[in-house]
Ligand binder design. Structure first.
Ligand code: FES
Length: 99
């Protein structure tokens, strides 16, 4: 697949989806099409504000704070959207609830 390939990333709760390329973080793609859906903090994998859980699909992650996503959580699909990049279509749910 070339780098311009766009994957479909779908919100389990609403059924809405947005497109995201391999080179784009899930957070950036989500903000572009669904502003306000997810809260944004540091954009660098440190604050945990953008945490989501991927239920289906493949992705890679860049460095994420272990204080925000433990090894155990990683196994369960939790990622920081600002550090996650799709490698297939994805199904996700938001992990940080409104306070
Ligand atoms: S915005 Fe801070 S961890 Fe993603």
């Amino acid at each position: 697949m070339d780098q311009a390939t766009k994957y479909k990333v779908k919100d389990r709760e609403t059924g809405e989806y947005f497109e995201c390329s391999q080179e784009q973080s899930l957070l950036v793609a989500m903000e572009r099409t669904h502003p306000g859906l997810i809260k944004v903090g540091c954009r660098g994998g440190g604050c945990g504000t953008c945490k989501i859980r991927v239920l289906e699909g493949d992705y890679i992650t860049k460095v994420m704070s272990k204080a925000q996503v433990s090894e155990q959580e990683k196994q369960l699909g939790y990622v920081l959207a600002c550090r996650a990049y799709p490698r297939s279509d994805l199904l996700f749910e938001l992990a940080v609830q409104e306070q």
